[in-house]
Design a protein around this ligand. Sequence first.
Ligand code: BEZ
Length: 211
Amino acid sequence: MGLQIGDTAPDFEAETTEGKIRFHDWLGDSWGVLFSHPKNFTPVCTTELGATAKLGPEFQRRNVKVIGLSVDPLDAHAEWSKDIEETQGTALNFPLIADPDRKVADLYGMIHPNASDTLTVRSVFVIDPDKKIKLTLNYPASTGRNFDEILRVIDSLQLTSQHQVATPANWKSGDEVIIVPAVSDEDAKKKYPEGWRAEKPYLRYVPAPKG
Ligand code: BEZ
């Protein structure tokens, strides 16, 4: 059984493009996104790392630290970084883990042997400040991920960690949210004195709480 939502994200030591790190110390009190990509000097991965770097200010605004991983060595990361800057118009602004012995990849189940024995799939782990895994995703090598979606999920996770609400399909920051079923109408009246919009007794919408 691989790592699941609610598990503690395993700690590790690794070499990165920004020096040696111990993962939990590096995360500190921040949220984290740990993501793997199959291989350096490959086209889809190049676009993914560029897209992530471009979203750097958005991750920062949400107090999220991002870290990438591939099973390539550190000198290859340094060489490939130049190509990313040249082709994607953005320098990397987050560390890349060099994991040639697959220590971290194995710890996080990023190698799916029936897809490839040697390369990681495109895994994503979103980790909260208590080091709990809040989201896992796995994409095949052939499909680049949508990093705007990862920001959208983080917006939902951060909101729902503070308030007893959930977010509906295709929700984005600022949209109405759903009062969770665990909150009775009686309690909802205290929390939302302005009331709510009910489409069914169990489907109650309110404006997104602030802060
Ligand atoms: C890519 O990033 O383009 C890629 C990497 C590994 C296998 C297939 C595609």
